[in-house]
Design a protein around this ligand. Structure first.
Ligand code: R5P
Length: 300
């Protein structure tokens, strides 16, 4: 197998290659003066199974286009199979037409990936709230992996929460909180979140309803897929502190961390935020390389 990393995920691809037990594949990626991308595959890929790792954070349009050039080239060069790995799958949120005329972006991206020559696809803790699973977006075999067991393990070994309770900051996070709770041998509860709408559009402001809970003396561990502005975790933390929580930790797969998220969460009382390297960040303490490698090996 050849493991290639696009410009978004060079380091992660190196870690995955190591876990798979192969040398990282070699690419030449650069930009022409007019802004165009140049892609060259330096390995012999004819007849080979190739994995392309490209996490679609921060500059998703650039990374998607580079991915398409790369995959189309691999197909042209005769690769036997091409597994696309987008640990953070951009455009997943727009998985429905909420207002007339809107692009259903998740479906458009899936069609582009398939048209370029992707033969199977992997994502991690994918944010497809209405569809639920990537396999419903793609026609090719597509799998949604989860980093939650690794995050739970990290919390158990490194954060060592006392009398822990795992909290899903909203209903959608119930699935992840359950997994982390299992790792910690604790119970878990679910908060209710309302995103405040401004002139018909959603804003980053949220309200969190924790119900009537007593968290006196207990360490809270939040589990969510994404921390973006940190607004959800900050509001949920305030509710936990009000209910008597001792320390508060926040686990997430994708640390998007925009608009002063870390500062916002710290100000609300979060002791530590831990994320994975689907998006490189100061809190990316857990690597998803082992779970990607395991999935790639089981496909081979
Ligand atoms: C939304 O449903 C997601 O699971 C996260 O809760 C959300 O993306 C977090 O956003 P923010 O950090 O901006 O509150």
């Amino acid at each position: 197998m050849i493991v290639l990393g696009g410009s978004a995920s060079t380091e992660l691809a190196e870690k995955v290659a190591k876990e798979v037990g192969v040398e990282p594949g070699r690419l030449e990626l650069k930009r022409f003066p007019d802004g165009e991308k140049y892609v060259r595959v330096l390995d012999e890929v004819k007849g080979q199974d190739v994995a392309v790792i490209q996490s679609l954070y921060q500059n998703p349009d650039e990374y998607i286009f580079e991915y398409l050039l790369l995959v189309d080239t691999l197909r042209d060069l005769g690769a036997k199979s091409i597994t696309g790995v987008a640990p953070y799958l951009a455009y997943a949120r727009q998985d429905a037409r909420f207002y007339p005329g809107e692009a259903v972006s998740s479906a458009s991206v899936a069609r582009l990936f398939e048209a370029a020559g992707t033969t199977s696809f992997l994502a991690i803790d994918c944010h497809l709230h209405r569809l639920g699973d990537v396999s419903r977006t793609f026609k090719i075999p597509a799998l949604n992996l989860s980093a939650m067991p690794l995050l739970g393990e990290y919390a158990r070994e490194n954060l060592k929460p006392r009398k822990p309770i795992v909290v899903a900051p909203d209903e959608e996070a119930d699935q992840w909180a359950g997994v982390v709770a299992k790792e910690l041998g604790s119970d878990h509860i679910v908060f209710h979140k309302t995103r405040i709408r401004k002139e018909g559009h959603t804003s980053s402001k949220v309200e969190v309803d924790a119900g009537s809970i007593n968290l006196k003396g207990r360490d809270v561990v939040f589990a969510d897929d994404i921390i973006s502005t940190g607004g959800t975790i900050a509001e949920a933390t305030k509710a936990c502190k009000k209910a008597g929580a001792a320390r508060v930790f926040a686990l997430c797969t994708h640390p998007v961390l925009r608009e002063g998220a870390l500062k916002r969460m710290k100000a609300a009382g979060v002791a530590k935020v831990v994320g994975t390297d689907t998006i490189p960040s100061p809190v990316s303490k857990v690597s998803v390389a082992p779970i990607i490698a395991r999935a790639l090996k089981s496909q081979a």
